[in-house]
Design a protein around this ligand. Structure first.
Ligand SMILES: [Zn+2]
Length: 293
């Protein structure tokens, strides 16, 4: 189903939707009582008997009057991710889903990654004749330089994280070597509709991407927020946040901004209905989402 924000047409391209990580792994500070102390909507995003967060991993496809843009590229197929079984050697019809939205890989003009964790860069490349090649032959891949350097395993100061084992080699370096990477700064804009904004904390060079057209606004949040429970408890920080304190400040600023501007919040990992608006504040200091978007 497409959404229209001004002249921007937005389509969700699914990689995975269903049970995900255990709540206490994703949010080390979570307490079981929080689910019961939350409004009813929060429990729609968890399988309590199975102790699994309900999650999604998807790309957002944005079509402006001039360009076709892919925001985040999920896990990818055939990637060696031995430390994360869920990401390891997948074979998912993600490209077929893209084609079902009437987009051929050659049509994509820009790939924008909110950050360079393995579940946001996988379809940057695909395996052809034993080699990783860019999936989108005509695209510029827009990366934040600081973020790219963070995951560059060739650097002597590289700090490895299991989530990104092999990811630089199979999903980033082939795109760089093909000459398709363009490093962009905070404030960089595509068609005056999409704007890159710094959102540090989850990773050093994490960004969010604002969409603004015809008086409508949206926010591609990436992993600045992971799960709807963080709307009610914004202080909950994810296991994957490299700097949880900074990530928290960034999350609060973004949610306040969405509340003030009436922006549609479009994270990467919210399960159905995948996005919401922020209607106001809850008495506990959290936010009141409006899921009827
Ligand atoms: Zn992610």
């Amino acid at each position: 189903m497409d959404m229209q924000l001004g002249s921007a047409r937005i389509t969700r391209i699914e990689d995975y939707h269903g049970p995900g990580l255990a709540p206490e792994f994703m949010f080390p500070a979570i307490q079981k009582q929080m689910w019961h102390d939350s409004p009813e909507w929060a429990r729609r995003f968890v399988d309590l008997p199975e102790n699994r967060l309900l999650t999604s991993i998807h790309s957002w496809l944005v079509r402006t009057p001039h360009h076709t843009i892919l925001i985040d590229s999920c896990i990818g197929n055939h990637k060696q991710r031995p430390s994360i079984p869920h990401f390891h050697m997948r074979d998912v019809p993600w490209l077929e889903r893209l084609r079902a939205a009437s987009v051929h890989p050659g049509d994509v003009d820009f790939v924008m990654c909110t950050h360079l964790h393995a579940d946001h860069i996988g379809w940057n490349t695909q395996l052809k004749d034993g080699r990783w090649i860019p999936t989108f032959p005509n695209a510029k891949y827009l990366f934040n330089r600081r973020e790219f350097d963070r995951w560059d395993s060739r650097r002597p100061d590289y700090a490895a994280r299991p989530i990104n084992d092999n990811a630089f080699e199979d999903s980033l370096l082939p795109v760089l070597e093909a000459g398709q990477v363009q490093f962009v700064e905070d404030g960089y804009s595509v068609d005056d509709i999409l704007t890159v904004e710094s959102a540090p904390g989850h990773t050093a060079g994490n960004v969010k991407i604002r969409v603004r057209s015809g008086g409508s606004e949206g926010m591609f949040a990436g992993d600045t927020i992971h799960h709807p429970l963080q709307l009610h408890y914004p202080d909950l920080c994810s296991h994957f946040d490299e700097d949880p304190g900074v990530a928290l400040q960034t999350r609060i600023r973004m949610l306040n901004d969405c509340a003030e501007r009436g922006s549609l919040l479009m994270p990467t990992h919210f399960a159905a209905p995948f996005c919401c608006r922020i209607a106001g504040h809850h008495a506990n200091g959290g936010y009141l989402p409006d899921w009827n978007v």
